[in-house]
Write a protein that binds this ligand. Structure first.
Ligand code: SF4
Length: 370
């Protein structure tokens, strides 16, 4: 049994309907809901034999709000009866606008939930329809007004850019509307075409905007949100000050331990990463037989650990300390060149990405090492 504080990620594998761009595992039905909640309890109990202290909980998916406030509370009660929750445990629930009634928000506010993240994605009906979202922009604005008036929880909003309907003018309006609700946290994700999604099967209809305009929107977003008081602390994420950086998400970038529950959830502890099966049936069957539903695992060796530390670190405004690496070697020439070109900044021996650096976050780490 370890006393180390860990984060818990709960993957709720249900959605009202599948959005056309989504590659996450979820079913468009609640058929297995009760069995899932029962199986989760067994999964908590199994890990509870080895882990005790929890300082963050994150309900993602899928659509956690789709299963209703009572089920979220039941899952939280199960967690609290097995693990010891920090007094200021950060508890996040992802929600979709169509689930956010006044009653739902009130029920969550009365629970121990501390953060609500709303998948708004857009305030434009045409764009919402293109993405396969099942609410209108009017509904999105309505629930945000209710939410602002009736909860003291921290509020996060997710947006998507890069569709065929986006241009700088429309995106400016998206951001204007977003900050008018004064959220504590904003995530802006570029639309990507994931395999096995409806978008990936579309051959004739173009859904993405031209690549050359994406970077323009990205740089604009960073400047716009910075001038409105938001810290661009990670490639796709902005917080209204340091204290609004979600502690759970920060664990992912800092390689802190977390446990994932539910189908397709990933876990990380020590230098081991493992993940659950992405099939609800296999998930329920394994736990029904008293086994963990683990589908795969990998143990990272030193070079992989350092590469991962570098890649994840360079996704954040903190960057990495060049001296903390034993195997990887930074190239002084390349470091100087990338600094001169404006992709990175240096604070002593710490290297961190600029907004331009965030834009090339996939290749930047390899550009810096010998
Ligand atoms: S984007 Fe969210 S709501 Fe849409 S299918 Fe994916 S998980 Fe479900």
């Amino acid at each position: 049994m370890t006393n180390e504080k860990i984060g818990l990620y709960i993957h709720i594998p249900f959605c009202r309907k599948k959005c056309y761009y989504c590659g996450f595992y979820s079913l468009a039905s609640l058929k297995y809901l009760k069995d899932f909640v029962d199986a989760l309890r067994i999964e908590f109990q199994t890990y509870g034999k080895y882990f005790r202290n929890v300082d963050t909980i994150y309900f993602g998916g899928g659509t956690p709000s789709f299963i209703g406030a009572e089920n979220i509370k039941t899952i939280l009660n199960d967690i609290s009866s097995i693990f010891v929750l920090d007094q200021d445990c950060e508890i996040t629930v992802e929600c979709n606008p169509e689930d956010l009634s006044y009653e739902f928000i009130e029920a969550l506010s009365e629970s121990i939930v501390t953060r609500i993240v709303i998948g708004i994605q857009s305030f434009f009906d045409q764009k919402l329809e293109l993405l396969g979202r099942s609410y209108t922009s009017k509904k999105a604005r309505e629930v945000l007004r209710i939410l602002k008036a009736s909860t003291t929880s921290t509020i996060g909003m997710d947006l998507i850019y890069g569709t065929i309907f986006d241009n700088l003018d429309l995106w400016r309006q998206e951001l204007d509307t977003t900050i008018s609700f004064y959220p504590d946290h904003i995530s802006c994700y570029e639309l990507t075409i994931e395999p096995k999604t409806r978008f990936s099967q579309m051959k004739t209809f173009q859904v993405k905007m031209e690549e050359k305009y994406i970077s323009e929107i990205y740089i604009y977003t960073s400047c716009y949100l910075a001038s409105n008081g938001y810290l661009h602390y990670e490639v796709s994420n902005f917080a209204r000050g340091l204290c609004q950086i979600p502690r759970h998400n920060w664990k992912y970038w800092k390689r802190a331990p977390y446990l994932g529950f539910g189908p397709s959830a990933h876990s990380f502890y020590g230098n081991r990463r493992w993940w659950n099966t992405s099939s609800i049936r296999k998930y329920l069957a394994a736990l029904g037989e008293g086994c963990l539903p683990i589908e795969g695992r990998e143990d990272l060796h030193q070079e992989q650990i350092e590469l991962e530390t570098l890649c994840l670190g360079l996704r954040t405004f903190e960057g990495v300390k060049m001296d903390s690496f034993k195997v990887l070697r930074f190239s002084p020439l390349r470091v100087k060149m990338l600094k001169d070109l404006g992709y990175i900044g240096l604070k002593g021996r710490r290297v961190y990405p600029t907004t331009m650096g965030y834009l090339i976050s996939d290749t930047l780490p390899l550009e810096l090492i010998e």
